[in-house]
Design a protein around this ligand. Sequence first.
Ligand SMILES: O=C(CO)COP(=O)(O)O
Length: 252
Amino acid sequence: MRKKIVAGNWKMNLTLAQGEQLINDILAAGLKLEEGQEVVVATPFPYLTKAKSLLQHHPGFYLAAQNCYSEKSGAFTGEVSAEMLKSVGVDYVILGHSERREYFKESNEALAKKVDLVLANGLKPIFCCGEPLEVRQAETQNEYVAKQLEESLYHLTAEQLKDVVIAYEPIWAIGTGLTASAQQAQDMHAFIRAQIAGKYGREAALGLSILYGGSAKPSNAKELFSSPDVDGGLIGGASLVAADFAAIVKSF
Ligand SMILES: O=C(CO)COP(=O)(O)O
């Protein structure tokens, strides 16, 4: 079902005590979530259990991990499986963030395997896509994103796709202070929805939540979220400040 989602991606920031404080501050911010609105917090792995205990009795608040490994289990020192994430109460898993694609060389093919493992464990992927600056400058962003979707998602059944959330994160807008304009975001979100409609049908496309990520902040969230195909945001820097994150959630 299509939902409005604001997800905070903490990335590799905060200590446990700081993270605990941040969640408590967000919970104390008096956010009133309506039916179909969700707040998701994506903490580093070591904080997931603690974060779960803080969030679990708050309807509408969900927990995400920022990654998982592309194999089920075994001798993969330092890696974390989807099954492990499920066992500590995770709801969503961010997959294919551009930082992981860039620094850890995650391919569309490896991401397809991660998507499968996440879904097989009853978790929901927040699948990230988005183009680098040179692709945007060459005006080939649609082809670029279409390929990401095709190679990582299109092996799924329509039933499986119902549990997938897509986040469009233009790389040139991540952590740069440069935000896609509301029109640029809307255009890409509409394109993604049309691609999904072409592959899975109109009903599936209308049921899909597509989040925008890239320098979203309190001052631009309302405009971004007011576009018809933008169903919320995946927030980096501003998710580390409770007042900013809460203000963005209030922009639903
Ligand atoms: O990468 C992002 C969220 O996953 C966006 O990060 P910023 O909001 O810091 O630009």
